[in-house]
Design a protein around this ligand. Structure first.
Ligand SMILES: Nc1ncnc2c1ncn2[C@@H]1O[C@H](COP(=O)(O)OP(=O)(O)O)[C@@H](O)[C@H]1O
Ligand SMILES: [Mg+2]
Length: 226
């Protein structure tokens, strides 16, 4: 099972500014891949394409043999709900819900509220924020909020985690905590993790490092052990 980008070209605007140039990459299930590169290199654009949030102008994204472009909006939505967890630089927690309620939002929407409650508590415990479970986002630190967002991304046991600069808004200590959580999730559950970061130390914590420069893949290095 894989995510394949084949001859992917992405352009923006009426002038067709090319942001990704004929990019080919294959990501196998269970990999922990970092995508690095300068600001503007095309990292987020690539992440959105790989995660089905956006489509290329030319070329294909193929997930488990299925061309994403051929899927209906409804099928794409179902795929993302079932198999994908997203973590962004800003957590997008709902301010009027507590930490625990935020984590349980997706389960609640599909009628799994009570079934998932023990797992939500276990995640909060694991991330050292069980004491904040009844707090609202505004009552938590940035690091705590981001850990709630990670618990929310994990609660449906996704096969894929897409993370766009999840440490970008955090200090070193909290950034490292987030990275260690991602490493542990990868090791324990073999969740495929695709992480955008411009921090070399964090990129090096992945088992595979992809480097983008001006929309081109300039390096792709695998490590033996992650
Ligand atoms: N929706 C958009 N419309 C127009 N240009 C965009 C859009 N999204 C990204 N870009 C441009 O594409 C380039 C790559 O952006 P991005 O993928 O966000 O880079 P990175 O995440 O590596 O910083 C940048 O020049 C950015 O301005
Ligand atoms: Mg970006």
């Amino acid at each position: 099972m894989t995510i394949v980008a084949r001859h992917v070209i992405k352009e923006f605007g009426s002038s067709h500014t090319r942001v990704l140039h004929d990019l080919d990459v294959t990501i196998a299930d269970g990999e922990f891949v970092s995508i690095s590169g300068r600001s503007g290199a095309g990292k987020s654009t690539l992440l959105y394409l790989l995660s089905t949030l956006d489509h290329p102008n030319h070329g294909e994204i193929i997930i488990d043999g299925e061309t994403v472009r051929a899927l209906s909006v409804r099928a794409l939505h179902a795929f993302r709900c079932r198999h994908v967890g997203f973590i962004f630089q800003f957590h997008y927690l709902l301010p009027e819900l507590t930490a625990l309620e935020n984590v349980l939002l997706a389960p609640r929407n599909v009628g799994l509220l009570e079934e998932k409650r023990p797992q939500a508590m276990a995640l909060l415990e694991q991330f050292d924020i069980v004491g904040e479970k009844d707090k609202f986002p505004a009552q938590m630190s940035g690091g705590q909020q981001q850990r709630v967002a990670i618990a929310r991304a994990l609660i449906m046991n996704p096969r894929y985690i897409f993370a766009d600069e999840p440490t970008g808004n955090l200090d070193t200590v909290n950034g490292m905590k987030v990275m260690q959580i991602l490493q542990e999730v990868h090791r324990r559950d073999r969740t495929t993790i695709i992480l955008v970061t411009h921090e070399p130390d964090y990129a090096a914590m992945a088992s595979r490092e992809i480097d983008l420069c001006d929309g081109r893949l300039v390096s792709d290095v695998r490590r033996g052990v992650s």
